[in-house]
Design a protein around this ligand. Structure first.
Ligand code: FAD
Length: 289
């Protein structure tokens, strides 16, 4: 039996300045040529303005041939507001959503009446019509999970509520993902779990972010990056090698889809994808995959 080709999706965050805007569109132009499954646009992540997320997702949907998945978080906003955004995406023709609870706001920021759970949001999205819904999954349990089992049970509820697949938080140890996938299968989860891959652009930033989101940065990375300290080309090569090695190990275990956290820096994700067998289409022949 021939193996299915490896396919990719790429996540961007909303640009805050004109120069970030130009970088985003340059990134989109480059990655379009790989005919990805979809581009995704985060919503309100890292303090980004929700209106910019919304407007940028719509602009990507309008101006790029690649399908767009709009992220949508449901906590920290009133139900009416979230529903209006969901309806806005749907009416604009966006049919892919990454449905998230989001990080819980402080008591002072809480607006009510809001969604109590992402499961209710999934039900609302299903009610809008034909929607392709992705949800988040955590190979290393979410910091708020009561246990690894509770985390998995919650994932199953999200998929049972109508989500089509899960996309994982990033991780750096292939075995961590593979063990998680095995546990999910044993638990009865039969929908696709797509690994989220974050190239190591900046080890210190990733270390600090990982402390908050519960991802483990391998201790060996410290010594590896120390060797290329002050050598941007060496750092780039090392980060590329680590990401390709991680993905190749997963491909050997049957993984055929990857979701890249680009951080709007595209060269690395482009090079990783090419190393994994993606091919560049001539710019004139790009159309929806
Ligand atoms: P949930 O899955 O609802 O909850 C998180 C965890 O809490 C669960 O895994 C579970 O352990 C526990 N939990 C929650 N409810 C229950 C329950 N009823 N019973 C038992 N346990 C429960 N953040 C943004 O702000 N914007 C984005 O665009 C964004 N995109 C993301 C994309 C991906 C692929 C991933 C992996 C994360 C993204 N995040 C984003 C981060 C995300 O918002 C945070 O991780 C947030 O803390 C949890 O959101 P969730 O949808 O996973 O929540």
């Amino acid at each position: 039996m021939s193996k299915s080709p490896v396919r990719f999706s790429y996540e961007f965050f909303p640009p805050r300045t004109d120069s970030m805007q130009s970088r985003l569109w340059r990134a989109i132009g480059q990655l379009e040529r790989l005919r990805p499954l979809f581009f995704s646009m985060t919503y309100g992540a890292l303090g980004s303005a929700r209106q910019v997320s919304f407007d940028t997702a719509l602009a990507m949907h309008r101006d790029s041939p690649v399908p767009v998945a709009a992220h949508l978080t449901c906590c920290g906003a009133g139900r009416d507001e979230v529903d209006a955004v969901a309806r806005g995406f749907y009416d604009a023709g966006i049919r892919r959503i990454v449905a998230l609870r989001g990080d819980e706001p402080s008591a002072a920021e809480k607006s009510s009446p809001g969604y109590r759970s992402v499961i209710e949001l999934i039900e609302t999205l299903r009610g809008l019509g034909d929607m392709d819904i992705s949800v988040a999954a955590y190979p290393e349990p979410h910091p708020q999970a009561a246990s690894a089992l509770a985390d998995l049970q919650h994932l199953q509820r999200k998929l049972d509520a109508g989500a089509n697949r899960a996309i994982t938080q990033y991780f750096f140890d292939a075995e961590c993902f593979l063990r998680f996938r095995d546990r999910a299968t044993r638990h009865g989860i039969d929908k696709s779990i797509v690994p989220g891959i974050l190239p190591v652009h900046d080890l210190e930033r990733i270390r600090s972010f990982s402390e908050r989101c519960g991802a483990t940065v391998p201790p060996s990375y410290g010594a590896l990056f120390e060797k290329v300290n002050g050598d941007p080309a060496g750092q780039y090569r090392l980060a590329l090698e680590l990401a390709v090695e991680l993905c190749e190990r997963l491909i050997a275990e049957g993984v055929d889809r990857f979701h890249f956290y680009t951080l709007n820096q595209t060269d690395m994700c482009l090079d990783i994808s090419l190393a994994l067998g993606a091919s560049l289409q001539p710019a004139t022949q790009i159309s929806a995959a």
